[in-house]
Design a protein around this ligand. Structure first.
Ligand SMILES: [Zn+2]
Length: 344
């Protein structure tokens, strides 16, 4: 899970559309053939019908995902983590303009919405699972918070800092809910759990029984996709930010998710995605723990794409492109462009 600003100024949008339509985004492409473009999704769904969901995690509508895959097939060669590792071991070549499709967290719509579209295009993808949320009904704290803030009649909330913040309209309420979620990221796991459990009461919201029952995948669905060729990877047990917990806890989260997922799948997994994935969320120590835990590659959420030289230098800090449902196809094309790598 992570969030980014979704707004885009109309002029910028017009320039991007123009550049896309005139093919300007493809100029000089040959100089960037030795690259890896990793796109990152969370959920595939319709933000209009998911108003009480955490909207920054809705990456694309099914039809937009379809169009984006078509774009990737036209301009890139979609590879797998297995291909990537084979190349890192000098066992095989990677094709030019290599691309990798990834998902974080393990939402059910990866199975119901994304999987059929991937099959249609005959493409694979890698899904990084937060082990502790697969096959159970407990939502992530951001999903629970989004539901509560959407359905509350209250207009204020207490933050962990002790500060109370209030809002006057729905839009402002949503912004404050995102700040509240950010504030929770700073808390130790037990405290975060406590604040999450208390939120429905604080906002006077009752959550219908089984409301989150169909939010995440179960292991049968994971196994079915794995048998088809979808790859799975680790994303910790409980989704902590690894730089904010002790090295011992971090190792338990990283190593534990690998062992637990491998046990469910009956096969080894090689890829890991750092929760939140921003610069402050990964450091040399966390990278070293990931390597030590037996993973071969790991992915951040700092802006990609990357050159193959960069991947070789540090396979535990591979950049990705965060996709949002607000992205048009021209914007998606721009984000997969090499210059995006240099955007902060
Ligand atoms: Zn995540």
């Amino acid at each position: 899970m992570k969030q980014k600003k979704l707004s885009q100024r109309p002029l910028t949008k017009r320039i991007i559309n123009f550049a896309y339509q005139r093919g300007l985004l493809q100029i000089g492409r040959a100089f960037f053939a030795k690259s890896l473009t990793v796109v990152n999704y969370h959920r595939i769904g319709d933000p209009q019908t998911e108003l009480d969901s955490f909207l920054p995690n809705i990456s694309a509508r099914p039809k937009d995902f379809d169009v984006q895959l078509e774009y990737l097939r036209r301009w890139f060669n979609v590879v797998t983590i297995k291909d990537l590792i084979g190349w890192l071991r000098h066992e095989k070549e990677l094709p030019p303009y290599a691309a990798l499709i990834t998902f974080d967290d393990g939402y059910l719509d990866n199975y119901t919405e994304a999987y059929p579209v991937l099959r249609k295009h005959n493409l694979s993808a890698a899904i990084f699972l937060t082990h502790g949320h697969i096959g159970i009904d407990a939502p992530f704290y951001w999903d629970l918070a989004a539901y509560c803030f959407h359905h509350t009649d209250s207009d204020y909330i207490l933050f962990p800092s002790g500060e109370t913040r209030s809002w006057t309209d729905k839009h402002q309420g949503t912004l404050i809910s995102h700040q509240w979620i950010e504030a929770l990221k700073n808390l130790p796991h037990a405290e975060r759990l406590q604040w999450t459990e208390q939120l429905p009461g604080r906002l006077n919201v009752s959550i219908p029984q089984n409301h989150f029952k169909n939010l995440m995948m179960n292991w049968d669905q994971v196994r079915e996709m794995s048998a088809y060729g979808i790859e799975f990877g680790g994303h910790t047990l409980t989704h902590p930010i690894l730089t904010r917990i002790s090295p011992e806890e971090a190792e338990r989260e990283i190593r534990g998710s690998k062992a637990a997922i491998e046990k469910e799948l009956g096969r080894e997994i090689y890829g890991f995605a750092y929760p939140n994935g921003q610069k402050a969320d990964v450091n040399a120590e966390v990278e070293a723990l990931t390597r030590k835990s037996g993973y071969r590659v790991a992915f951040t959420l700092q802006n990609g794409p990357v050159t193959l030289r960069e991947v070789k230098r540090d396979p535990f800090a591979i950049r990705r492109i965060f996709v949002s449902h607000s992205h048009t196809l021209p914007k998606f094309a721009l984000l997969t462009h090499r210059f995006n790598r240099y955007r902060s």
